[in-house]
Design a protein around this ligand. Sequence first.
Ligand code: BT5
Length: 323
Amino acid sequence: MKSRDKILSLLLESRDQWLSGEHISSLLGISRTAVWKNINTLKEMGYSIESSSRLGHKLVSSVNVMNQSELVKHLDTVFLGRNTLFLNETDSTNIQAFRLADQGAVHGTVVVAESQTMGKGRLSRKWFTDPGNGLAVSMILRPQIQPILAPRLTLVTAVALSEVLDSIGLNSYMIKWPNDILINNKKAAGILSEMKANIDYVEFVIIGMGININTDTSTLPDEIRDIACSISEELDSEVSRVKFLADFLNSFERCYDRFLSGDFAGILEKWIKKSGILNKQIKVTILEKEIFGTVTSVNEDGNLILETDEGIKVINSGDINYV
Ligand code: BT5
């Protein structure tokens, strides 16, 4: 265990109580400068630690604590998140998870990062993660399904996330096809699914989710400040990110098992209900092309069935806007 993690454990054990730098340094057999540097790293990672030259250090809030021991306290999964890698910074949790999966990481491995230097959206777009306040998480899954069925997992993820939002009392959100969670028309979360497959079998699927949990949206980069929102702003209170993560993993595993056992219809029904998309007039942008129409249904692959002036069209990719 790294000194940083040992210090974190000590702070967690004596939460809300002061621990002197001297005490920590003698317990761990490291210099006081090393204690101080590690405490600063923990603060940069988002842990709420108060420091006083007279009293030492204390962890004041668990809202931001993200580590495996905190996660398992809330986890009731069989395979998901039992092996979670918590990173301070990475290029992208999806890229990192892909690398790990290629190296043989087990089904259910999860990667979480405080910040991403190359956080990805769809079509090479960027995803911004707010260190200490956002959540960037990627799951490695090895489902024994045909590759053609894998896109359904994006909808499974959205439904799992919606169950968590319901459970924390947030009811003003909607799922926006195919992968966003919007609150009052602003984006709180996005999902990015990727896969490595052969013609007839899936080697692995990586499902990444980025969500603004305790983000103060006024601090976000200019280009997203006006289109983004956060859970805490909507609820008017901070949310424990690690509890949220555990709740999401619990919910995802249940939905995933349901999907594998053949009940995608039940998941889809929930998805349709939470999206409110039926009978809505929309504009679909697929690269440079725009299509206008009314959504008459969502088929069993999660594709939109659109009634347009040129007849019925099946939409399986693109961005939509309500018109
Ligand atoms: C998505 O793409 O919404 C999928 C985002 C997935 C991000 C997660 S984080 C963990 C994992 N690791 C990764 O590298 N990625 C996944 P898309 O529908 O293409 O939307 C991208 C657009 O969302 C951007 O062009 C921005 O306009 C907007 N955006 C970026 N960061 C945002 C944020 N923090 N909050 C709200 N909107 C954001």
